[in-house]
Design a protein around this ligand. Structure first.
Ligand code: GLU
Length: 402
């Protein structure tokens, strides 16, 4: 019989938090496996399958022998397609040596943090921030410096707040637009104002996570990397998961200064090497193909947002900004703190999210994971029928709180 061993774990892993989005998604899978009818609105994942022409491209790539290692930075043809995409959609000029393809945009961000941060260096995160930014910065030895924007400012950080957070240890500023978890979108003027604050600080790199670029309902997407005063030190991060419904393929990428691309290749070369060859080939084809399926998915998300927003806003105690992109609602529910259904006291967003899972069988994510203790996140990348059922359940559960 083998012995059960338990070795002491590293301080790093002991100090880390598990990803709240992935934990909630797993809890909901587990409950479903036990026969509980949980509606999973926790993870941000399109409910659509990858469009047929992209799946076909991957099958063809496999048959054509795209089964081997690729250069760490990515297949040349994939990086060429990304260079074209950056020019076409974002007015960004890169050559292929400035592009790195990774196993998901999450790895891209980890590569950047590991390339830039020394022990004690600071990373300004616009808060609410995406859950993994915080832990990735800590894993790399850095100090996350959240700059918070609440519901009253549509969760958008103002330039003067950024200015106040800068120190000589600031290495980078990181944010997403369209934003996960809030759905807020920074327009060109707002990005220019933020760039104006950062422009004089040449020691600061800007990391702009644009993974939700194609799920933007405002009609226009702006990239801070296109603002001339900061373009030479901005890294633009993107990926295929959201816009092309390719979450399980794990293909993300960045375009940025060549020295940083080289550093990321060095890091990635020791961790994982290049992303999958046939995945990259299909991804290159996706960027060059007709984008109609992407726009159809975006329109479906917009429709779901429109039908759900009014219903959520009618739930007592919910303040629900109208999201302009991505596929999340991020209600402020601080008004229900201090209530109870007679059994479960709700004193914070964690209590609330756990209450919804236990009593309404709806999986969401507490705002505390995103640096927003008054909020919770609900993904509307689910079918209309599921969303309507989930909102009804949430409504009933909240009305029981007194
Ligand atoms: N970005 C998605 C989310 O926030 C995927 C899950 C994850 O990687 O955390 O739900």
């Amino acid at each position: 019989m083998s012995k059960i061993l338990s070795h002491p774990l590293s301080r790093l892993v002991q100090s880390m938090n598990e990803s709240a989005t992935l934990r909630m998604a797993q809890m909901s899978r587990d409950l479903n496996a036990q026969g509980v009818d949980v509606i999973n609105l926790s993870i941000g994942e399109p409910d659509f399958i990858t469009p047929a022409h992209i799946r076909e491209a991957a099958k063809k790539a496999l048959d054509a022998g795209y089964t081997k290692y690729t250069p760490v930075a990515g297949l040349v043809e994939c990086r060429e397609a990304i260079v074209e995409k950056f020019k076409r959609d974002n007015d960004l000029d890169f050559n292929i040596n400035q592009i790195v393809v990774s196993n998901g945009a999450k790895q891209t961000i980890a590569n950047l943090a590991l390339s830039l941060l020394d022990e004690g260096d600071e990373a300004i995160l616009f808060a609410p921030y995406w859950v993994s930014y915080y832990e990735i910065v800590r894993m790399a030895g850095g100090v996350p410096v959240p700059v918070f924007a609440g519901v009253e400012q549509d969760y958008k950080v103002k330039p003067e707040q950024v200015a106040a957070a800068i120190t000589s240890r600031t290495k980078f500023v990181l944010f997403s637009s369209p934003c996960n978890p809030t759905g807020s979108v920074y327009n060109r003027d707002e990005l220019e104002a933020i760039a104006a604050v950062l422009a004089p600080y040449e020691h600061i790199v800007i990391i702009s996570d644009e993974i939700y670029e194609y799920i933007n309902f405002t009609g226009s997407h702006a990239s801070i990397g296109a603002v001339p005063s900061v373009k030479d030190r901005t890294v633009t991060v993107n990926g295929f998961a959201k816009g092309f419904a390719m979450t399980g393929w794990r293909i993300g990428y960045m375009g940025g200064p060549e020295y940083l691309a080289k550093a990321c290749v060095k890091i990635q070369g020791q961790f994982t090497s290049g992303a999958s060859a046939f995945g990259q080939k299909a991804a290159a084809d996706a960027l060059r193909a007709d984008m109609t399926p992407t726009w159809e998915m975006r329109d479906a998300f917009r429709h779901r947002r429109d039908i759900c927003h009014g219903l959520l806003s009618q739930i007592p105690g919910f303040k629900v900004p109208f999201p302009k992109g991505a596929f999340y609602f991020f209600p402020d529910i601080s008004a229900v703190f201090g209530t109870s259904d007679g059994q479960t006291p709700i004193n914070n967003a964690d209590d609330f999210s756990e209450y919804l899972l236990a009593k309404a069988h709806v999986a969401t994510v507490s705002g505390s994971a995103f640096g927003a203790d008054n909020c919770f996140r609900l993904s509307y990348a689910a079918s209309e029928e599921e969303l309507l059922r989930a909102i009804k359940r949430i409504d009933t559960a909240v009305r029981r709180l007194k």
